[in-house]
Each structure stands twice: as C-alpha cells, then as structure tokens.
Design a protein around this ligand. Structure first.
Ligand code: APR
Length: 238
C-alpha cells in the first residue's frame, strides 16, 4: 500500500473533484452516466442558459440539491477531515464540488472554487450577501427574491464565469510542499493547472483516482484506486 509521509515542515494542499463524491452516490460529470447526460451543458450551466430559460436551470439545480441532500460523506471525505485535524493550519482543501459533503465530514479550512449548491444569490449582482438556500424549486414563480426584487440564482460558477477565491487558492498553493489531487479528470481550468503551479513551487504532487487524469504526467505519483479505498490509509504523519 502506497503512502505519503507528512513531516512537521510540510504544508498540504488538497484539490478534489466529482470523483471523491462518487462513492457517496453522486454522479461525476464526464462518466457516461454523468450529470450532463440528458442535459446539454449549454442548456443548464452557462449565463446564457440562465438568460434563456432560468426555470430549466433551477429545475436542474433543484434535482442536484435533492440528490446531494440524500448523500452522506464517504471514507475519503472523512480521511481529509481527519488529516486537517492533525495538521491544522498546515492543511488546506480546495474543492471543485458544489455539494457539502466535505463540510459534513468535518472539513473547515476549505473553499468551494466552483460555488455551493445550497447557497443562492441575487441574479442582478446588487451587492447583497449570498444566502443559505436548500429549497427545491419546481418553477420560477416559487424561487425566492432578493431584497432588490431580482430573482435569486444558484451560487454556482458557470462555464465562462470566474472561479471563486482564486487569490487565497494561489497563496496556499505557493506555500504547499505536498499537493494531493483526488477524483478530477484534469479537463477544466484553472483547476487543471494547480498541479503545475505546485510543481513549479517545488512541491511533490500525488493524484488519487481509478484512472489517470488528462494532466497525469505533471504528477510525481499517481495512485490508481477509488478515493474511499485509498485515502484512509494514504497519509503517514511523522
Ligand atoms: N474515486 C476517485 N475518483 C473517481 C472515483 C472514485 N471513486 N470515481 C470516478 N473518479 C474520477 C474519474 O476517473 C474522473 O477522472 O473522478 C473524475 C471525475 O471527472 P469529471 O467528471 O470530469 O469531474 P471534475 O473533474 O470534478 O469536473 C471539473 O467540471 O463541469 C465542471 O464545474 C464542474 O467542478 C466541475 C468541473
């Protein structure tokens, strides 16, 4: 069984993707039974889709809310929360996932670079603060309104929009000595570049997932296997 040794001087940056939630029963994006099957990305996950048919967009995210609500964190989420408990400030987690399974497993030093499924915000960007929202909307008429009168939209980074928290993320990557990437196909940027940034800063980089990602050659180590099987025994804190 492979392991990653983490010493007192190490700082660990973890990037996760849809694969870490696969064993919790949430579909990944690019597998054949993935979320996009039956929905063209352009129909649901772009600002243009929102302008064209906000109701369809809300129906899509409402279905994802229903699935995520039923899902439970798996052994991989728990392993990362436990590592954070051991490392404290020397640990940082960036997820591309919009589900809340990392938080529910106990992760705290983390960001959602592609937004959060259970948060909504003003669709007119009036400056109001995003709000917690677990509602499932069948039609646009039932969607909550912002104080300014505009309808709320999902707090999700759509294709063509800028990922969140990039300053904090790049600051954490520049300090990291170990990067661990879990369950992401390496096909969406800028996340697919994080491994290159970390390597340029001198870090070792480990990928964990059942198949090699598109950017596999950038890693110092690729551990093939399901996240829930590999992560619980992967870290050896010295
Ligand atoms: N454990 C670890 N990895 C897994 C598992 C598992 N049990 N099952 C599948 N995987 C891997 C697949 O091999 C694949 O490489 O998870 C990866 C999922 O890839 P994608 O579906 O492309 O998801 P992701 O990389 O997270 O997508 C990135 O794209 O659509 C956008 O914003 C969306 O955040 C998303 C981004």
């Amino acid at each position: 069984m492979e392991s990653i040794e983490i010493g007192a001087k190490d700082r660990v940056f973890v990037l996760t993707g849809a694969g870490i939630s696969a064993e919790s029963g949430l579909a990944t994006f690019r597998d054949s039974d993935g979320l996009w099957a039956g929905h063209r990305v352009e129909d649901v996950c772009t600002p243009q889709a929102w302008d064209r048919n906000a109701e369809l967009v809300w129906q899509f995210y409402s279905a994802r809310r229903e699935n995520a609500e039923k899902a439970e964190p798996n052994a991989a989420h728990v392993a990362l929360a436990e590592l954070e408990k051991q490392l404290g400030d020397c640990f940082f987690l960036c997820t591309q996932n919009v589900d809340d399974l990392h938080e529910r497993a106990g992760s705290r030093r983390m960001v959602h670079m592609h937004g959060e499924l259970f948060v909504s915000r003003c669709s007119h960007e009036c400056g109001s603060v995003p709000v917690a929202d677990r509602a499932v909307y069948a039609d646009l008429a039932s969607v909550e309104k912002c104080a300014c009168g505009a309808v709320l939209r999902p707090h999700i980074v759509w294709f063509g929009e800028t990922p969140m928290e990039m300053e904090r993320i790049s600051a954490e990557i520049s300090k990291a000595t170990v990067m661990v990437v879990v369950g992401t196909s390496g096909s969406v940027y800028p996340a697919a570049n994080f491994v290159h940034w970390a390597r340029q800063a001198g870090a070792q980089a480990v990928y964990v997932g059942p198949e090699a990602p598109l950017n596999a050659s950038a890693f110092t180590q690729v551990v093939l296997g399901k996240a829930g099987m590999v992560l619980p025994g992967l870290f050896k804190t010295l």
